[in-house]
Each structure stands twice: as structure tokens, then as C-alpha cells.
Design a protein around this ligand. Structure first.
Ligand code: AOS
Ligand code: ZN
Ligand code: ZN
Length: 388
């Protein structure tokens, strides 16, 4: 049996980072359904992130995306965040929205465009210095649509050069989180398509470069928990972008489509001793809420990860090891399924009550009046959104 007091301590200590862009309007290439009350400024996004933290108790940092969250004074933005009870987390770079990047950013055949893209990455490190952020999150939309469009191998060399320059600019307590993605927006070949490519670049760079696993960035059927186990063993797993997908990079609420997969991932995290914030993994959300209300959707996502984690912590590791060593296939599987099938909601309610929180964060948020207030207050101006 798992030690319940230890399980509760681990759950109370868990940390999840929210993404500023999830609070803004977002959509598909077909339509963006604007919602009333969405943030107009980076400060308002941070205020919403602080609200998620207020009701969950385990989301004390918010990731920024530059230039979507561009301000003149990042140190002041950090102070504002602290004043509403959160910290600024990872700085996400954006080298995918300018016309210049049609043929790639750091892998573009044009050296001038590569320079511009790399300068943006370096500027992001300046911002990290101002905010005190430790994580530079890099996702590249780079890739090609047609065989022969560009030289696959030269593009790897260009990528490596930009990463090296950026890596060398990092401070002692800063690191790169290098994301990979199978496809989209490029369809024939993506320059960092999988964890192996990201891992190889991180190894080449050094110990301050680690892989970020975005759960939505794999081929259907990929065993993501294997990737987690492998990277943990190599000490190269730095972060997650959690979200949920039915088909591709759907960016739906984490744990919504496949809570069993999320449990299997969190089991490998627990098994690898990597849940404790001191281990250094940044458990981030990377989602967009297109049709549902954003703040409660993010609260729900945090709760889904908590539930998967609680179940992972409840796995009877002793019984599992025994069954595995005995070669008892059915019993080993039963131990895992027993934990997964446990209703952990009462346990999480207790963890929240122990922390002075409402056991039901969504209900507490709904009753707080915050949503009505932002709908009333946030009128006029340019509403911030994905791509704004
Ligand atoms: C894109 O598919 C990636 O998931 C990135 O993490 C991206 O920067 C993020 O989704 C914000 O658009
Ligand atoms: Zn992502
Ligand atoms: Zn994505």
C-alpha cells in the first residue's frame, strides 16, 4: 500500500505552470470565437493566471510568449506578477509569425533571416534576466513542405549554430527547453520532428539544454511514457507542454481525451522521482480554449493533471515490483489498473482543504464573481489572443 501521508505531501508540493496565451482568444484557421472578458494586456493575463493559482494552490507561475506579451519594462511586469501572487516562468520565443519566416527561422537559407531569428532568441534571454526566469522555451515551426525544397542536413547545421549561440548566452541558472513536433506547419519535413532530434541537439549543447515533451506533438499511438522514462534515465527531460489531443496538435484540456495516457506519463514521473519541484522539471500547460470558458478550463486542466498524479502516487510499487519479478503479467497489470481505477477526488479535496482551499476549485471560481467582474471591466481596447 502507498503511504497516504506521503502521497498527500507530494500532491501538496506539486507545481504546474500556466501559459499566458491560454487566457486570450484563440481558435482554428476557420474561426476565432471571441469571448467577453478576455485579457487585453499581459498584466490581465497574469491576473487570470493568479486566479487559477488562487483556486488550485499549485499553479504559482505563468509562462510568457514574446512578442505576444511584449512590454517595455519586464522587471516591472515581474513585480506586478509577484504583487498578485504568481511568478513569471518560462519565456517562450516566437519565430513563426513574421513573413520573413516563410522558409524557416533559424534554418532559413537566408543568413539575414537566420540572424533576425537568433537575435530574437537572444533578446528572450535578456527578458529572462529581467524577470528572473530560468527557462527559455524554444519551439521552431521550421521545416519544408516538398522534397528538395531545401537541404535537410544543411538545415540541421544552421539550427545547431543558432542553438549554440543562444546556449552560450545563457546565465548560470538558465536553461533551454527544446520542443519537438512531428508536423505542422511544415508537412514534408520538420527540422525538430521528434524527441531523438531534440535530445541529440541537447546533448551537443550541454547540460543546460533539455527536452520539452509537448504531449500533442506525436504520431497517434506513440508511447509517450516510454519517452518520459528514457529521457529521465538520461537526465535530459526538462519540461512538459501538457495538452490533450484526439487527432493532432489539438491543444485541448490536458487529460480530457485520454486520462489513462496522462496517468501512465505521471506514473513514469513518480517512478523516476521527478515529481518534486526540486528535481527541476517544469510541468507546463500549452493549451488554447477555443469554445469553452478559459479560466475554468485551465483550472480543470490543472485538476486533471492532479488526478492523474494522485493515481500514479497510489500505485503499490512494492506489489508491482514483486509481480514483475515473479513474471506475473496479470497481477502486475492489475496493480497498475487498481491505482488508475481509484477515485482520487475525495483525497484531492482533503489536500486542498488542508491547504486552506475550497475542495472544489471550479465551483469556488464560479461563485467568486471573478468572471462577471472581468466581463464588466475588460471592455474596449484590443483583446489579446493567440497571435495578437
Ligand atoms: C506549437 O505547436 C508549440 O506547441 C509551441 O509550444 C507554441 O509556442 C505554443 O503552442 C504557443 O503557440
Ligand atoms: Zn507546445
Ligand atoms: Zn503545439
Amino acid at each position: 500500500m502507498a503511504d497516504l501521508a506521503a502521497v498527500k505531501r507530494a500532491l501538496a508540493a506539486q507545481r504546474i505552470e500556466t501559459p499566458s496565451w491560454a487566457f486570450g482568444n484563440s481558435g482554428t484557421r476557420f474561426k476565432v470565437f471571441a469571448q467577453a472578458g478576455v485579457p487585453r494586456t499581459p498584466e490581465e493575463k497574469i491576473a487570470d493566471a493568479a486566479t487559477v493559482h488562487k483556486y488550485t494552490g499549485i499553479a504559482p507561475t505563468v509562462a510568457l510568449h514574446i512578442p505576444w506579451d511584449k512590454v517595455d519594462d519586464y522587471a516591472a511586469l515581474g513585480e506586478y506578477a509577484a504583487s498578485v501572487g504568481v511568478g513569471i516562468g518560462a519565456i517562450n520565443t516566437n519565430v513563426f509569425q513574421d513573413d520573413d519566416y516563410k522558409l524557416g527561422s533559424v534554418t532559413n537559407p537566408d543568413p539575414g533571416i537566420r540572424r533576425k531569428a537568433t537575435d530574437h532568441l537572444l533578446e528572450a534571454v535578456d527578458i529572462m534576466d529581467a524577470t528572473g526566469s530560468q527557462d527559455l522555451k524554444l519551439w521552431f515551426s521550421d521545416g519544408i513542405n516538398y522534397p528538395g525544397q531545401d537541404d535537410l542536413r544543411n538545415r540541421q547545421d544552421r539550427l545547431a549554430a543558432a542553438l549554440r549561440e543562444t546556449y552560450d548566452r545563457l546565465g548560470d541558472n538558465q536553461r533551454i527547453l527544446l520542443e519537438y513536433k512531428l508536423f505542422e506547419p511544415a508537412f514534408y519535413a520538420t527540422d525538430i520532428p521528434d524527441w531523438g532530434t531534440s535530445y541529440a541537439h541537447c546533448i551537443e549543447l550541454g547540460e543546460k539544454a533539455t527536452v520539452c515533451i509537448d504531449t500533442g506533438h506525436h504520431a497517434p499511438g506513440t508511447n509517450i511514457e516510454f519517452i518520459v522514462a528514457f529521457l529521465l534515465r538520461q537526465k535530459k527531460l526538462g519540461a512538459f507542454d501538457f495538452n490533450s489531443r484526439f487527432y493532432a496538435d489539438d491543444d485541448l484540456m490536458a487529460g480530457a481525451a485520454d486520462p489513462f495516457q496522462l496517468f501512465r506519463i505521471m506514473y513514469e514521473i513518480v517512478r523516476g522521482g521527478a515529481l518534486d519541484p526540486a528535481y527541476g522539471i517544469n510541468f507546463m500547460l500549452d493549451q488554447c480554449h477555443n469554445i469553452e470558458a478559459k479560466i475554468p478550463a485551465i483550472i480543470r486542466s490543472v485538476m486533471n493533471i492532479q488526478e492523474a498524479t494522485a493515481k500514479a502516487l497510489l500505485v503499490d510499487r512494492e506489489a508491482l515490483t514483486k509481480a514483475q519479478n515473479d513474471g506475473d503479467v496479470l497481477e502486475a497489470n492489475a496493480v497498475i489498473m487498481d491505482a488508475y481505477n481509484t477515485d482520487v477526488r475525495p483525497l484531492l479535496g482533503e489536500v486542498r482543504a488542508d491547504a486552506g482551499l475550497d475542495p472544489n476549485p471550479i465551483k469556488a471560481y464560479r461563485e467568486s464573481g471573478y468572471q462577471e467582474q472581468i466581463v464588466k471591466d475588460r471592455v474596449g481596447g484590443e483583446q489579446a489572443g493567440w497571435g495578437a
